[in-house]
Design a protein around this ligand. Sequence first.
Ligand SMILES: Cc1ncc(C[n+]2csc(CCOP(=O)(O)OP(=O)(O)O)c2C)c(N)n1
Ligand SMILES: [Mg+2]
Length: 580
Amino acid sequence: MTMTAERTAVSTGRETMTMTVGDFLLRRLREAGIAHAFGVPGDYNLELLQQLEDTGTLSWVGACNELNASYAADGYARLNGMAALIVTNAVGALSAINGVAGSYSEHLPVICICGSIPLKSIERDLGMHHTMADGTWDRFLNAYAQVTAAQARVTPDNAATEIDRLILTAWREKLPVYMELPSDIAYLEIEVPAAPLMLAQPPSDPERLKSCAAAIADRLSKAKAPAILVDLDVDRYGAAAEVTGLAEKIQAPVAVVGTAKAAIDETFSHFAGMYNGGASDPATREAIENSDCLLSLGYRAVDLTTGDFTGSLPASTIHARGHSVDIGEDNYQAVTLKEVLRAVIDAVPEVASRATPRFTPAMPAGNHADGSAKLTQAAYWQAVQGYIRSGDVLVAEDGTSYASFGLHLPPKCSFVSQVIWGSIGYSVGALLGTLTAAPDRRHLLFVGDGSFQLTAQEISTMLRHDYKPVIFLINNGGYTIERCWLGKTSRFNDVANWDYAGLPKIFRRDTTARSFVVKTVADLEKALSAPNDRMIFIEAIMDPYDAPLPVINSGNNGADIDYGPRGPQHRGNMLIRPAG
Ligand SMILES: Cc1ncc(C[n+]2csc(CCOP(=O)(O)OP(=O)(O)O)c2C)c(N)n1
Ligand SMILES: [Mg+2]
């Protein structure tokens, strides 16, 4: 890293040092806990990538395309807390924008760095490639303003402050940010702070924190049936231990929504299952909707967290978010989630015992008896349930693979799914990110044939890095989940029948991956007995009309919401319906 040994004190009294813009950016990312960068090279970012390679500040993980890289950065951020994505002007940035928008929807701090046209070309009005060739240069910065919490074009003047502002904003808001780094400034030396970047939430206002915690504690302690509902910000703000600590102290049930699966240990004694309105286990629904003091943490009511609007939270619900809390008529600002929960734990009296609703999780149903029978969804998920072990990272795609939300997870598992944004193909890219963030854990991917076809090439990057995930691919000839909404037998829901299990060999000639094509329970069990010392690729052949009941129900409800009473779903045999 090119930094001068001599440090100078500026008038503020803060120590500074001289560094190039690019080296400073890479140093700040590293100080923010980011050890890898995902992306694709291009002439406008090559100079930064050369700095990255020369200094070794970060490890480069080249992806097959920027969309996959954006998904990988999202997956990495889920396990690592923050991620970096490096793309090139416009063509790379726009390929990545779907994934970055997903990171916004799902609250992941991804620093998207776009190597962009040189400042010289802007000042001298030089038409450049990867532009509209019409003398405009703000279009893609403006596009990214729609999907990020903060944006900047870095210049030698603003680099020292803008780089820190963007990284800190991403960290504090848990949202992506976008930075354009013109290609002619990465090697210029500027004066930068010598002290490392401190990642911290702004401290809460002491009075607001105290009165907010007192108000919550007062309501919780007077309630007969308090409960806690957890959404994904509990994971993003690292507040799971505070949630379980509070639940233990007041003997209250804790439910999660799908977006927060595994944010709370599912074996925790007060864990009350997954809340999803009318699609919840009745005991879970009862605990949440009939609570006389529900503390909701970051809850966002959308179709997928309300059971398609069949459920709603009690009017008295306390809504706590990353940086504010609503209690009845009162709105508290300048209070951060973790500090609020800690202060509530301190303020609330301990409850020795309370009769809480008993939650007995339903096990995935299925008949395992006949090993030679054709593989069904029910038998498949039952076998998968037996395979999960403590510490696994599960990555779940949209589709019938959503059945994995019904799996009961042992302790220390992570569950990665782009629940609200739901861009298919996400899971394959995200898997590259989770593998990079936590190479020593076992990673399981649940994906359908249709989704896999969007981002399949990224398997080659996993093989290149000798990663050893277990890939569970359901080959049912197309988009079965869509057949539950509309077009049960329509051709638009069919896809080409690839040789999926043959792909590891295509993607790496000397691969040692173990591939299986399974058609029966016995085939599947044999595949599941393979050791995890290399990539395992399990292609499961299943019927196009076989779908797990929750997927059928949400598809049927979704069709009614999407198409309305005059929609085509009301004609005969237009969608997969529940059996019987
Ligand atoms: C980028 C994008 N395009 C289209 C969709 C619509 N979509 C949602 S699920 C799905 C089909 C998934 O099929 P598959 O992965 O084979 O899962 P299956 O239900 O068959 O197991 C499609 C096309 C989407 N969510 N995202
Ligand atoms: Mg399919």
